[in-house]
Ligand binder design. Structure first.
Ligand code: IFM
Length: 474
């Protein structure tokens, strides 16, 4: 008789792991690739911890076969990766570079040969530097350039990749990149960040149409949002209004136009001192609101907010980096509090109920749209023991808690089709450099040797059996 407390998933549920190009590939000067904004940013003194950069990263470009073999050995059924735009279309314009496309073709073929479903993301933050020099995402033309790039990749890989994602976490691209400046390109211009958000939305819509024109009909096109789970510190009117404002700036600004064809009126009101939104032209919202086949949701921790006076000046840590500039345009009157509970190495509170809330919310926001958890995971200060094993019971507990929350959301009606652990292996954690380890697989940065942590084995067992081993089963 099966244990009634066992958490079991449907047989078709995808058990995946995720990565992104700049965080793992390295080989930044090979095959005609030119710099992206992250090459420039990470080579600018003071931008990343210890001046870390992705020049070598974990050398996945040369070790992809070994990495695919690891995914297969663990028993995972899906792998989410991103394509480096400047590897495929170096200047962000014109024809594709064959060597770039060939790399991704080889990667995809290796995955398919090992029975692993590839899930391709077109944009995980590595804008070609030339496009930033021409204005970057605050410039409307970048959206059109993105659609052209999507078309090139779609034509090249549409015959073998069934799951496509346009953008990963456009909130980070717009607001960490152009408002707080802790991410590339490091600009601190709130009005530009809102224009960037709109042009990312437009780019998503145009790229979705471009993909539809070249992909076979059964192919799935989605977007991955890091929609925030925003909780007010109290139910007083001011705190509720603060939560609403952050919800608009984190969520409504993207899911409004993408899913519903409109920006929230409350967003326009909250940002009226920053921009008049004249970047939104007639017809844009129809271009953005394209029918989707799935919605990707990335979740790590909830946000706890309260109404406050203007923020104190000086550098503040926002969980993504340290900046004197806020990533929330128009929300200087909102304070972020530390949610109670244990935290990961990022300082992010562990709260699986947030993932449940997120999934059930979007099940309601987008009825009928299959959902995927396209990122979820935790950084810990992992170290090999004297025999070379890496025991990470905290990560196992984190995964167990969050996967159980996914299952609970499914039982309550959310149509969740898969889960991608962030990340397959330790990698370049943006402004934090290599200091924060999110991997299920440990990477020795001196030798680049890969060693599955105990969480990788635990997760692999979950994938193979379709049910969660107890967190103690290490
Ligand atoms: O490493 C990042 C990833 O690139 C995007 N989502 C959050 C992860 C952890 O910070």
């Amino acid at each position: 008789m099966p244990d009634p407390t066992t958490v079991t998933f449907p047989p078709a549920f995808l058990w995946g792991a995720a990565t992104s190009a700049y965080q793992i590939e390295g080989a930044v000067r090979e095959g005609g690739r030119t710099p992206s904004i992250w090459d420039t940013f990470s080579h600018t003194p003071g931008r990343t911890a210890d001046g870390d950069h992705g020049d070598l990263a974990v050398d996945h470009y040369h070790r992809y076969r070994e990495d695919v073999a690891l995914i297969a050995e663990l028993g995972l059924t899906a792998y989410r990766f991103s394509v480096s735009w400047p590897r495929v279309q170096p200047t962000g314009r014109g024809p594709a570079v064959q060597a770039g496309l060939d790399f991704y073709r080889r990667l995809v073929d290796e995955l398919l040969a090992n029975g692993i479903r590839p899930a391709l993301t077109l944009y995980h933050w590595d804008l070609p530097q030339e496009l930033e020099d021409a204005g970057g995402w605050p410039e409307r033309d970048t959206a059109y350039r993105f659609a052209e790039y999507a078309h090139l990749v779609g034509e090249a890989l549409g015959d073998r990749v069934e799951q496509w994602t346009t953008l990963n976490e456009p909130w980070c691209s717009a607001f960490l990149g152009y408002a707080s400046g802790v991410h590339a390109p490091g600009r601190t211009d709130p009005a530009a960040s809102l224009r960037a958000a709109h042009h990312l939305n437009l780019g998503h819509g145009l790229a979705t149409s471009a993909l539809r024109s070249v992909l076979p009909p059964h192919t799935s096109v989605a977007v991955s949002l890091n929609s925030a789970v925003v909780r007010p510190a109290s139910d007083c009117a001011a705190d509720l209004a603060a939560a609403r404002k952050i919800d608009d700036l984190a969520n409504g600004v993207f899911h409004g136009p993408i899913l519903h064809g409109a920006y929230p009126e409350t967003l326009f009101a909250a940002t009226s001192t920053v921009t008049d939104w004249s970047c939104v032209r007639d017809g844009d919202l129809a271009l953005i609101q394209q029918p989707l086949d799935a919605l990707g949701l990335n979740y790590y921790t909830p946000a706890l907010v309260e109404a406050a006076g203007p923020a104190p000046s000086g550098p503040r840590a926002d969980g993504h980096g340290v900046s004197a500039h806020s990533p929330w345009p128009g929300a200087d009157d909102v304070a972020f509090l530390q949610s109670p509970g244990d935290r990961t190495e990022m300082g992010w509170t562990i709260d699986p109920s947030g993932l449940y809330d997120l999934l059930t919310r979007y099940a309601g926001e987008a009825p009928g749209l299959p959902l995927y958890v396209t990122e979820n995971g935790a950084a810990y200060d992992d170290k090999p023991d004297s025999e070379g094993y890496v025991h990470d019971p905290e990560r196992i507990a984190y995964l167990h808690g969050h996967l159980a929350a996914v299952r609970r959301a499914m039982a309550d009606g959310a149509d969740v089709r898969g889960y991608y652990l962030w990340s397959l292996m330790d990698n370049f954690e943006w402004a934090y450099g290599y200091g924060k380890r999110f991997g299920a697989v440990y990477v020795d940065y001196a030798t680049l040797a890969r060693t599955p942590k105990s969480s990788a084995r635990w997760y692999g067992r979950a994938a193979r059996t379709g049910s969660l081993p107890t967190p103690e089963a290490d």
